[in-house]
Design a protein around this ligand. Structure first.
Ligand SMILES: [Zn+2]
Length: 111
């Protein structure tokens, strides 16, 4: 298999796979506390974290790092970038369907 992906594929993986669903699928410790989703930071193991629904990024306030779905799979499953992308594409095939057109990236996303 080719070891590269289109920008659009990567964009979709980062944006269309909800971080909370991903962490639950990975059996990674996370919970809803006072109505807010938080998770154990794969870097520092603390849970001073939140997910930004707008950007679909997990944030650790202690590490001051943001994690997109690809980052999280790489860290939690200890995969390299390519394997993490394959994992996400295999687990969320809907994010791959319809790929290949060269239209503008999800302009409607925030509409
Ligand atoms: Zn952290």
């Amino acid at each position: 298999m080719a070891k590269y992906f289109t920008r659009r594929q990567l964009f979709r993986l980062r944006n269309e796979i909800p971080v909370d669903d991903l962490l639950r699928r990975l059996d990674w410790p996370c919970k809803v506390r006072e109505g807010r989703f938080c998770f154990v930071c794969p870097c520092c193991q603390e849970s001073l974290t939140a997910v930004n629904d707008r950007t679909n990024l997990g944030r650790c306030f202690r590490c001051e790092r943001n994690f997109n779905p690809i980052d999280l799979v790489m860290m939690i499953r200890e995969l390299d970038f390519v394997d993490a992308v394959y994992f996400l594409m295999g687990t969320w095939p809907a994010t791959v369907v319809g790929d290949g057109d060269s239209g503008p990236p999800e302009a409607a996303q925030n509409a």
